[in-house]
Design a protein around this ligand. Structure first.
Ligand code: NAD
Length: 793
């Protein structure tokens, strides 16, 4: 044994292993393997079992069953059966269960930490200090929401049975993020852990038995992607919550299109870590350690693209190399290790292949001079220099402990590089200048931004992505809304499916035209535009008479409108007060043309009370004008010495597709909330009653709405809707039309994973303020950005 003097001279770390004796004993009593947890009972592990491997030792520590369609059926049936009673419990009763879960997690913290480390390969330091404490925190926080849900979310009810599918990188934490809000809101659950890391979910099920959670409230079906697909597609599932890769997120989006299932997706990322030249470089270097070497880099929000301002880049990279040389990689149960094993040998080969591709593309791989254990899925940490924005390693999620680096000169360049990705999960900004840091935080397209910090999480702070990093948030008030519904948008009767005819031939019926022929056009980029295809279609009014012609927009017109909308991005930056003024002015100008609009509505033959519809339209303008500076974000209580802000940001360009009923009011009810929140809109007016749109753009033209903020198209609804749904520059889509059309746009939206709000072909009473307006519209028109700002020394 070395003497104290020897140790003081070498400063070598001694081994500090955490004992895994208890966990091994627990595993040995389950040596037949683990099955599912359905209706409060554990099934035996049978069928083709999947080996569960400790990636640090390559030992098989258990075997896990692969859930079949029959297992999924049984789990969904159990969850359905448990739902009425569980959802009817007073919130306080549900809170007691969630509180008990939190408490019991804490009492078994060490057990769960060791088991997680053995299953996943991550270090005990992280499971003990981060994963498991956050799990407990999540259940405490949601015990609170269970208690308050009736007061805080009036008119809301639980969604029903939630199918939840999670990845392997934070196995128990991802389970907590899913299960806690679902139960707090009164839902029941069928959850599938990743087949690589099933163990802590199984132990969690045992804990649920221990605390006496009613049978069927939480069901766990083990298995792989096929099992996951069976859960997502099951007709008895009302909501799908998925965390995993963007590719699988797309598959699920398409799979459940048109089903009416609520969907939240937490997907991949390639998050920028931006270091300005006025940053505290040593602090930023420590930030990189937490950004890309935390959890072996297997973190969806890892700071995997280091963007460093040119003046400090060489110094920063030198510091980073020096710091990297001190990293310790090895036995994850050793408490002195900084990094453990990646999740599997397969993942290790995947990472190595990506690194090789990076080198072949000319980037230089700087690896830490660390000795790896001979056995196990250990990966050397490092970072690329001389990488370029177009290199595969700069674009693809490596999901391993290696970052790429790029340099920039100006703030604008930093923003452009940061946003040069299809993802938008997180960003980290390092600067001692608060003005610059906040400016960057505002301009980066990401759901979470950490200023002078990275990878911070809290149950009260919403987490989730922009763009192809998915939609929906986990944590806090926003996260609760994912598990609640008012259900009003799907309550109406299904519309008659026959669409109004598109007839481009001259109408031969007796016409009743005005003295001067009126040409209804499209409205694109603030200008009246003839349809690209040079076609118009006949519009029929009261009694089936032809009352005019409307422009027949085609795909090119949609693309032009989207381009115009994208150019009008300054609208998102104008003050809420200004936006309110524009909306009031719109109401004023509409009011001046009251008689004309009422007559036009009457002429459609489709509006029972044109005066009432017009009056409601005016009021709607006022209501959204009123909301413009009131539908706010908040400051959330998370960790000490942090201000955590949630901001409601516009999406960008939103496509809206209006139904045929209420041709003025429905169209405005869709445009106004989107514009109120700072979005630009490409709107498709009623196919059957498009002439109202031609009058409306004349009002827009005179109401100080900047060119391109609202664009109006007329034509064949589903042709235009499909083009909007497929368009990568349309960030969100609201569709009112048919059931088939709803399915079609949801499938088509999977390309850039835009969130779609479709009405499944259900009629809506637009005049009723419970359905035709409200905060739901504003929520759907904005995405939450969470900004973490630490303070103090
Ligand atoms: P994955 O998408 O392959 O698997 C995730 C889960 O989905 C697993 O449980 C898997 O069995 C299941 N699955 C696979 N195919 C399925 C299908 N067709 N239908 C239903 N379920 C299916 O991802 P992974 O490799 O396990 O995890 C890594 C990915 O997860 C990374 O891309 C990472 O960025 C992402 N991730 C995101 C977050 C977030 O919050 N945004 C958090 C953690 C991980």
């Amino acid at each position: 044994m070395p003497s104290i003097k020897d140790i003081m001279q070498t400063m070598e770390y001694g081994p500090a292993p955490e004992s895994n004796a208890e966990v091994k004993a627990w595993l040995s009593t389950r040596s037949a393997g683990i099955g599912h947890f359905i209706d409060g009972k554990f099934t035996s592990a049978d069928g083709d079992l999947i080996d569960v491997v400790n990636p640090a030792t390559e030992d098989v520590i258990s075997r896990v069953a692969k859930g079949s369609a029959a297992d999924v059926d049984a789990a969904v049936a159990a969850a359905r059966a448990a739902f009425p009673k569980w959802s009817a419990l007073p919130g306080h009763e549900r809170a007691k269960y969630l509180y008990a879960i939190a408490r019991h997690i804490q009492k078994r913290e060490r057990f769960f930490s060791v088991l997680e480390t053995m299953d996943n390969g991550k270090t005990i330091r992280e499971t003990r200090d981060i994963d498991i404490p956050l799990v407990a925190r999540h259940f405490y926080h949601h015990a609170g929401w269970a208690e308050l849900v009736a007061d805080e979310f009036p008119q809301h009810k639980p969604v029903g049975v939630c199918g939840q599918i999670i990845p392997w990188n934070f196995p128990l934490l991802m389970l907590a993020w899913k299960v806690a809000p679902a139960l707090a809101a009164g839902n029941t659950v069928v959850l599938k852990p990743a087949d690589l890391t099933p163990m802590t979910a199984h132990a969690f099920a045992e804990l649920l038995v221990e605390i006496g959670l009613p049978a069927g409230v939480v069901n766990i079906v083990q298995g792989d992607g096929e099992t996951g697909a069976a859960i997502a597609g099951h007709p008895g599932v009302d909501k799908v919550a998925f965390t995993g890769s963007t590719d699988v997120g797309r598959i699920i989006r398409r799979q459940i299109a048109g089903s009416g299932k609520k969907l939240s997706l937490e997907l991949g990322g390639k998050s920028p870590f931006i270091v300005l030249e006025d940053a505290d470089l040593d602090a930023a270097v420590e930030g990189v350690v937490d950004a890309i070497w935390f959890n072996q880099g297997e973190v969806c929000c890892a700071g995997s693209r280091l963007l460093v301002q040119e003046g400090v880049a060489p110094r920063f990279f030198e510091k980073l190399k020096a710091r990297m040389a001190t990293l310790r990689v090895g036995d994850p149960l050793d408490k002195t290790m900084d990094m453990g094993a990646v999740v599997s040998m397969k993942q290790l080969s995947r990472i190595k292949a990506l690194l090789k591709a990076g080198e072949q593309e000319g980037a230089t791989l700087n690896l830490a001079p660390v000795a790896l254990p001979e056995k196990g899925a250990f990966c050397t940490p490092g970072f690329f220099t001389n990488s370029h924005p177009a290199n595969s390693v700069s674009q693809v999620e490596i999901f391993g402990p290696v970052a790429t680096t790029l340099t920039f000169r100006t703030l604008d360049e930093a923003v452009a590089l940061a946003n040069d990705t299809r993802y938008g999960l997180a960003a980290s900004v390092w600067s001692e200048n608060v003005n610059r840091a906040i400016e960057l935080a505002a301009r980066v397209k990401a759901g979470v931004v950490w200023i002078n910090a990275t990878n911070m999480f809290d149950a009260a702070a919403p987490f989730g992505g922009y763009r192809e990093s998915g939609y929906g948030r986990e944590g806090g008030r926003t996260g609760m809304l994912e598990y609640l519904t008012t259900g009003w948008d799907k309550q109406g009767k299904v519309r008659a499916t026959s669409a109004a005819p598109i007839d481009v031939a001259p109408a031969t019926g007796k016409a009743d035209h005005a003295a001067i022929d009126v040409t209804a056009k499209l409205y694109i980029g603030g200008k009246q535009a003839r349809p690209d295809g040079g076609q118009s279609y006949t519009v029929f009014g009261k009694g089936g008479a032809a009352i005019g012609e409307a422009g027949l927009a085609n795909r090119k017109d949609v693309r032009n409108a989207v381009e115009a909308a994208n150019k009008a991005n300054a609208w998102g930056g104008v003050t809420a007060h200004n936006r309110a003024q524009v909306l009031y002015f719109l109401a004023e100008n509409l009011e001046q043309r009251r008689d004309e609009f009422v007559a036009a509505l009457a002429a459609t033959g489709a509006v029972a009370k044109p005066e009432d519809e017009f009056e409601a339209a005016i009021r709607r303008c006022f209501w959204y004008a009123a909301q413009a500076d009131k539908f706010d974000g908040s400051v959330t209580a998370t960790k000490s010495q942090h201000v955590t802000m949630t901001v409601n940001e516009p999406y960008g360009t939103i496509g809206v597709v209006a139904p045929d009923e209420a041709p003025l009011l429905a169209l405005l009810s869709l445009i106004l909330p989107a514009v109120t929140m700072g979005n630009r809109v490409v709107a498709v007016a009623s196919q059957a009653h498009p002439l109202i749109a031609a009058r409306l753009y004349q009002v827009f033209e005179t109401s100080d709405i900047p060119a391109g903020v609202v664009n109006l198209l007329t034509g064949e609804r589903d042709v235009l809707a499909k083009t909007l749904a497929e368009h990568d520059d349309v960030a969100a889509l609201w569709y009112c039309g048919s059931e088939d059309g709803s399915r079609m746009v949801e499938v088509a939206s999977a390309g850039n994973l835009k969130p779609v709000w479709s009405d499944l072909g259900r009629l809506r009473d637009w005049r009723d303020t419970r359905f035709g307006q409200g905060q739901e519209y504003l929520r759907r028109a904005s995405q939450v950005k969470t900004i973490w700002l630490p303070y103090g020394e």
